[in-house]
Design a protein around this ligand. Structure first.
Ligand code: NAD
Ligand code: WQD
Length: 342
């Protein structure tokens, strides 16, 4: 493989994080090929990415489980590295239709690495998740903390990590970066791309944004009896632009020699649900009505990263604070109240 990856295949590149990744890659002068089946995104984000960067990318509508489609992409483009975002990510849905999640996330990744092997492309950055830590006992969470996912979605992430570790053990010429994201939020500063969930948002920040813009009446705060200062759950929210910059650094880190690495991508700062509500109110100037409801089953009380491994090895640190995350999320949501349907 070339030591200077020029053409990057971004699976899931029209989704929330993938679209921000494409902006970063195109801005850094990379060629980008996106493979996405549009199951949870639309062409509008691809168009917006090209508008923001004033650069063209190649879009292929197809499925990562389709080996012929993958083979055609590798035959047509000289792909140097793959950034693999494609996957299903709704925890609740994964408990209702687990087989759909195993098929999409596991089989999809297996077909992808087979196609990469066939094509001789052995550089892969994988979207893993802090969900692999299950209900962690010690804070902050280091990469060596015990893993143990507690729902089918989380298990797909953990299983893919294990498959990739086995792959690397069998063939140490691969270059694989496993990135465990904490809670990605926010949007590109242009307000042209952002998170646009189908149906009712499962996650806190998009729910707050939709309350602020008038699409939902109030936020349900899932429990105020956790052992935290204000009783609500604490998480490590990370700006999506910081997150994708971490991927650029991870890709660079794979350059010098083959290796498999694992890094947390978080800020190391924990904020409660009520902190997030207040920060969003400040950034938007809109008040967010909320009601305290029961805990959501399976939620940890507290989760935040020890990001020092990424800092020391990748030379990466998150720059944006919670206020900026809310400001950027609000810019996107207020410009496009109905998201990409506008
Ligand atoms: P997203 O749903 O916005 O993006 C995923 C994209 O993958 C979508 O555009 C979807 O259409 C596409 N896709 C799904 N299955 C596909 C398939 N079989 N073939 C081709 N395309 C397919 O989600 P996101 O928030 O951008 O997440 C990206 C990745 O990061 C996912 O793997 C997710 O599990 C992981 N992750 C996300 C978070 C988060 O909170 N957003 C946290 C940790 C990890
Ligand atoms: C954050 C906090 C909730 C919604 C999930 C996945 C994880 C990863 C990121 C992909 C918690 C509270 C939420 C609401 C609330 N995704 N909350 N009202 O649960 O940390 O992580 O997304 O890998 O796998 O599990 O994020 O945004 O859902 O919740 O009070 O309407 O907000 O209880 O304390 P979570 P979240």
């Amino acid at each position: 493989m070339s030591t200077d990856p020029e053409t990057i295949l971004v699976t899931g590149g029209s989704g929330y994080i993938g679209s921000h990744m494409c902006v970063e890659l195109l801005s850094a002068g990379r060629q980008v090929v996106v493979l996405d089946n549009l199951s949870n995104s639309s062409m509008a984000s691809v168009e917006a990415v090209q508008r923001i960067t004033q650069k063209a990318l190649t879009f292929v509508q197809g499925d990562i489980r389709d080996s012929d489609c993958l083979a055609a992409i590798f035959a047509e483009h000289n792909i140097d590295a793959v950034m693999h975002f494609a996957g299903l990510k709704a925890v609740g849905e994964s408990t209702e239709v687990p087989v759909k999640y195993y098929d999409n996330n596991m089989n999809g990744t297996l077909r992808l690495v087979e196609a990469m092997h066939q094509a001789g492309c052995k550089t892969l950055v994988f979207s893993s998740s802090a969900t692999v830590y299950g209900l962690p006992e010690q804070m902050p969470i280091t990469e060596s903390a015990p893993t143990g996912a507690i729902n089918p979605y989380g298990r797909t992430k953990l299983m893919v990590e294990e498959v990739l570790q086995d792959l690397f053990a069998a063939d140490p010429t691969w270059r694989i970066s496993l990135l465990r994201y904490f809670n990605p939020v926010g949007a590109h500063a242009s307000g042209e791309i952002g998170e646009d969930p189908n149906d009712i948002p499962n996650n806190l920040m998009p729910f707050i944004s939709q309350v602020a813009v008038g699409r939902r009446e109030k936020l349900n705060v899932f429990g105020d009896d956790y052992p935290t200062p204000d009783g609500t759950g604490i998480r490590d929210y990370i700006h999506v632009v910081d997150l994708v910059r971490g991927h650029m650094k991870a890709l660079e880190f794979l350059r010098d020699k083959p290796k498999l690495t694992v890094h947390n991508l978080g800020t190391g700062q924990g904020y409660s649900v009520l902190d997030a509500v207040r920060a969003f109110e400040q950034a938007s100037g809109v008040s967010i009505p909320f009601e305290i409801t029961d805990r959501r089953p399976g939620d940890a009380a507290v989760s935040y990263a020890d990001p020092s491994k990424a800092r020391d090895e990748l030379g990466w640190e998150a720059e944006y604070d919670l206020h900026r995350m809310c400001e950027d999320a609000w810019r996107w949501q207020s410009k496009y109240p109905q998201g990409f349907q506008e």
